[in-house]
Design a protein around this ligand. Structure first.
Ligand code: SAH
Ligand code: SF4
Length: 345
């Protein structure tokens, strides 16, 4: 049983069952989430007898262990985490001035099978627990001695396919007694699980939604993002618009630019038509090379061309800086890096 991932209510219950006063819950939460300790032994103001009680009852800490950290020139750092069952996931630390962002994983592997993504290559292994999700942010914050200001679910996995644990983790990342990250600085990225988008809209959270669009051509999107066969573009379009309307939050449309696949003139028109007239924002993403695919990235000029034309149409658009590429921390490369290490290459 994992201590990290418990809500205040759950922690109080654990303590009451152990015959302990309720206020101890606040103290333990403080050690777990504010101080980020990874060991019961470090909880100075908690009596040794209570620590023993927790240990004997089978409560474990931490949920993830840092196995390795790799820094890039730009300050981005990729972390490899080991889970209790030996599985591995990755998280990324992205410092930019005051903003300290953690990109975290929500599953081991991914079952969505997007054609250009390294994470999905070997399918879904398992869902992460809320504790394993939150602990990635905690470990990175502790290691970097940084107060994490932003967190994005853009590591391994499809967050909305692990809905309950991801939402529990989001609530802990946000809770004042836990990490205290403003919900407006939390982002969930989905490949387009339409029912999940509607469910999320009803949570009453002001969380940012990013949708991996990548193509507005039905056949091409079937190929690139196969979940399109289940939730086609017309449904996705409506879900995005409804999310923006219900929450008042701008929805980010992620568009990884792949040469000859989604960067033609008619793709530009399709993208503009999809994004126009509602609270959207397009994020053009440079393609990161993935071993074993024949896809290639669009040129910088082509990306600039898209940006210029979208902007002229009055559509908010940005080009994502691809950070940390030299340590394989960039999007879609996490799993590939693992495979490489596994091969000893
Ligand atoms: N599963 C979620 C979140 C993780 S992926 C999702 O798909 O949205 C984070 C982003 O990286 C997604 O927009 C994804 O489509 C994109 N991505 C995947 N592989 C990539 C690659 N090789 N190059 C650039 N972006 C990639
Ligand atoms: Fe999964 Fe996202 Fe990769 Fe698609 S892009 S396979 S949904 S992690």
């Amino acid at each position: 049983m994992e201590l990290i991932g418990l809500t205040m209510e759950e922690m109080e219950k654990v303590l009451v069952e152990l015959g302990q006063p309720r206020y101890r819950a606040y103290q333990i939460m403080d050690w777990l989430y504010k101080k980020g300790v990874g060991d019961l032994g470090e909880m100075g103001n908690i009596p040794v007898s209570l620590r023993k009680q927790l240990q004997n009852a089978g409560w474990l800490l931490p949920s993830v262990r840092i196995r390795m950290g790799l820094s890039a020139q730009d300050g981005t750092k990729r972390y490899l985490f080991q889970l209790r069952d030996g599985q591995e996931v990755e998280g990324v630390f992205i410092p930019e001035d005051k903003r300290k962002t953690v990109c975290f994983s929500t599953q081991v592997g991914c079952g969505m099978g997007c054609a250009f993504c390294a994470t999905g290559r070997n399918g879904l292994v398992r869902n992460l627990t809320a504790g394993e999700i939150v602990d990635q942010v905690l470990r990175i914050g502790h290691e970097e001695k940084a107060r994490i200001s932003n967190a994005v679910a853009m590591g391994q996995g499809e967050p909305l396919a692990n809905y309950d644990q991801v939402i529990k983790a989001i609530r802990l990342l946000n809770a004042d007694y836990a990490l205290g990250i403003t919900v407006r600085r939390l982002t969930i990225s989905t490949c387009g699980l339409v029912p999940g988008i509607y469910r999320l809209a009803e949570e009453g959270l002001q969380i940012n939604l990013a949708v991996s669009l990548h193509s507005t051509d039905p056949e091409k999107r079937d190929e690139l993002v196969p979940v399109n066969k289940t939730y086609p573009l017309t449904l996705l379009y409506q879900a995005c618009k409804d999310y923006a309307e219900t929450t008042g939050r701008r929805v980010t449309l992620e568009y990884t630019m792949i040469k000859g696949e989604n960067d033609r003139e008619k793709d530009l028109q399709g993208l503009a038509a999809f994004a126009k007239g509602w609270l959207s924002h397009i994020n053009l993403i440079p393609f990161n090379q993935v071993p074993g695919t024949t896809y290639g990235g669009s040129s910088k000029e082509r990306m600039e061309y898209f940006r210029k034309h979208l902007r002229q149409l009055g559509i908010p658009v940005s080009i994502r800086e691809s950070r940390g590429e030299e340590v394989w921390a960039a999007c879609g490369q996490l799993r590939a890096a693992l495979t490489f290490e596994g091969n000893g290459e």
